[in-house]
Design a protein around this ligand. Sequence first.
Ligand code: NAD
Length: 419
Amino acid sequence: MFDAPLFKDAFTQLEQASEVMGLDPNILERLKYPKRALTVSVPIRLDDGTVKTFLGYRVQHNMTIGPGKGGIRYHPNVDLSETAALAMLMTFKCALVGLPLGGAKGGIQVDPNELSRQELQSLTRRYATEINSFIGPNVDIPAPDIGTDGQTMAWFLDTYSQLKGHTVSGIVTGKPISVGGSLGRAESTGKGVAYCVNFAAQKIGMKIGSNTAVVIHGFGKVGVPAAQDLKSQGAKIIAVSDVSGAVYNKDGLDIDACSKWCKERRFLKDIELPGTKLISNDELLALETDILIPAAIDGVVTAHNCKNVKAKIIAEGANGPLTKEAVTYLTEKGAFIIPDILCNAGGVIVSYFEWVQGLQNFFWDLDQINGKLHDILKDSFDTVIECQEEYNVDMKKAAFIAALKRLDRAMRLRGLFPS
Ligand code: NAD
């Protein structure tokens, strides 16, 4: 049933990390599969009057440390197995960065680019209705992911609140500020990626400045703020891409112009900017660069194309963009890999801040949010480095080991019911 490449990869990483650290097999046994999984039909009326049914999912992997937390993805590749893999990664991500949250994920198998705004609203409201009894502000809290955004969360919040008869602010994070969102949440994942790139650069003695070249695969909610942040530090963003293709300028791109183009015309395809060249996503991954940030989807750098990658730092902005074969090859070649559960954890960290602010109805300023985000990621980065050195493993395994240590402690203390 769980046969998606991402699930197999996460499962193998879990088994290998457990073996290296000597995790109790009885703890491992409980982490191999999700705690609960729900599949729902999401029928909606399209603008042309016909009815179409989409398949939706919500998976809760482990809730030992707290309520489930994880995004909602709208993408044609969404299925139960991929959603289960992403929920598992959320368990380890939340544990690694020390949040009182468990792992969950959801999604609908749909290409959101093919639906109108009204159709997307109907889809979101029906999906929220179908999964409403499975989630809750103290049970499982969704957020945006690929193909969803603040508007999706606002529709979700409204639907859930209508069903409960009062506003339930804590049901989702990643909300727009005007409906209870947090300052800094929209940029938080990309900002966290940029913080981690800085920690890695410091570790390998690279100075981020005007000679630092950065390539970004996936120019969305993660890729755009990561590009903006690194550019503000002086780095040259030489190429960015989306599903339609990539744009390249060896002297550095005007990131704000690229972002404006995408907002107005949806895709980077055919972008017209002086001095730029259109290239393919494959060509982008093979560019000569100091830093590569795969921030689109999973399984992008594989055994087939990892030999072309030349970056010194590879920051996994997306979940699972490097397959385990690619991680092994690139680590041996000397690249510094920042693992996904650390690198893109900025989003769930500020989601946690949003949830806490919503529960207290007391809101923090941006400096407080970014300061706390920085400190949590720095501590987590240092913990992963300690595990990497202690166990002599690659950064991906080290991050899993650090997360498993926290989970192991919590699962032992809570025990197994009935024992
Ligand atoms: P998004 O939908 O905002 O952007 C995704 C980008 O990737 C778009 O530019 C899209 O065109 C591009 N893309 C999609 N398929 C592609 C393909 N086959 N080849 C090249 N580009 C492709 O999504 P996002 O929220 O930025 O999420 C990106 C990744 O980051 C996902 O793996 C997601 O799980 C992960 N992530 C997101 C968050 C968050 O807060 N949004 C947090 C943690 C992890």
